[in-house]
Structure formats: structure tokens, C-alpha cells
Design a protein around this ligand. Structure first.
Ligand code: IMP
Ligand code: MG
Length: 171
């Protein structure tokens, strides 16, 4: 039986998401933004963050698969679902659950930048800095975490635990 230990409670997450929302609202005051969530892990974070933005915001979603399993990323990324609308000239906020090796984000950044957005920022709830293989950073980051596998608040292990309200370490 795997064991779950709370790393960040739903109260801690809510407080941090509210702070991120305030920062983003301040930085993009008076502008329109498109939140592009990376399915499925970022769906819950995006829905909470969106409600903390005092901005004219729209949503879109993207889906990628990294070959291999969640724990061992092979380094190849495949686009499974693209955004529905043109992002040219828009303020794009790419919303991700975890920045881990950075392979997914580097791929998505390159793809989005090629479409000439007005601005491009990465919003990552969690950051596992020591695991980075690509030189990429979040512009807005919730929490830095150690190299441990986490689940909950949208994040999964073989599709399970996404519905946990807290972020937990799975051991
Ligand atoms: P990267 O391309 O290695 O940065 O992979 C990022 C993706 O791997 C994240 O969006 C997650 O879907 C997944 N991932 C990385 N670490 C974890 C974890 O601890 N729990 C759940 N998913 C993770
Ligand atoms: Mg993900």
C-alpha cells in the first residue's frame, strides 16, 4: 500500500495561488491574457488561479505526452492536443503543475514562441529545480520542492490521486 504524506495542505495552496494571482494581475493590469493549461495535471491549478485573476482572461488547453512513464522521462515530447485559438499577439500564460526536467516546458515554449505571442510567461505550481535538464525557469512559481514524487491537486500517479485536495508525497 503506497503511503501519502501531506506536503502542502489545501489551505497553503489556496494562499499561495492567491498570491500568484495578485502578482500576475499586477503585472498584466489592463491587459487581456490567455491561460494555456497543460492537461491534465494543471487543470485544477488553472481553475483556481483563474479565479484569483483580476484580468480579462480566457482559457485554452494543450495536451502532450512525454514518452516513457511519469517517473522516467525519455526526453521526447509529442503534442496530443493543440490550443483551439490563435495565440499570435496575445499575452500567453502557460500554466503547468510541475516543472521537473524542463523538457516539456522547453518544447512548449519553443512551439508557442514560434507563433509570436505578445508576451509569454510560464506559471508553474511546483518546481523541482535539482532535476532540471533544460535551462528553463518559471516566471511565476508556487513552491520549490525536493526531488520527490508528488500527487494530488491535479497531479497523478498512473492517473490516480488527482482529486486529492492537498499535495502529497507518494512513497
Ligand atoms: P518535465 O518535462 O520533466 O519537466 O515533466 C513535467 C511533467 O512531468 C509534469 O507536468 C508532470 O506531469 C510530470 N511530473 C513530474 N514530476 C511529477 C511528480 O512528482 N508527480 C506527478 N507528475 C510529475
Ligand atoms: Mg503535466
Amino acid at each position: 500500500m503506497p503511503e501519502l504524506k501531506i506536503l502542502f495542505s489545501h489551505q497553503q495552496i489556496a494562499a499561495r495561488v492567491a498570491e500568484l494571482g495578485q502578482h500576475i494581475s499586477k503585472d498584466f493590469a489592463g491587459e487581456q491574457v490567455v491561460l494555456v493549461g497543460v492537461l491534465k495535471g494543471a487543470a485544477i491549478f488553472l481553475s483556481d488561479l483563474a479565479r484569483q485573476l483580476d484580468l480579462d482572461a480566457t482559457f485554452d488547453f494543450i495536451s502532450v505526452s512525454s514518452y516513457g512513464n511519469e517517473k522516467h522521462n525519455s526526453g521526447e515530447v509529442k503534442l496530443l492536443k493543440d490550443v483551439d485559438q490563435s495565440i499570435q499577439g496575445k499575452n500567453v500564460l502557460l500554466v503547468e503543475d510541475i516543472l521537473d526536467t524542463g523538457i516539456t516546458m522547453s518544447y512548449l515554449k519553443e512551439m508557442i514562441m514560434a507563433r509570436h505571442p505578445k508576451a509569454f510567461k510560464i506559471v508553474a505550481l511546483l518546481d523541482k529545480k535539482p532535476r532540471r535538464k533544460k535551462p528553463i525557469q518559471a516566471d511565476y512559481m508556487g513552491f520549490e520542492i525536493p526531488d520527490e514524487f508528488v500527487v494530488g491537486y491535479g497531479m497523478d500517479c498512473a492517473e490516480r490521486y488527482r482529486n486529492l485536495p492537498d499535495i502529497c508525497v507518494l512513497s
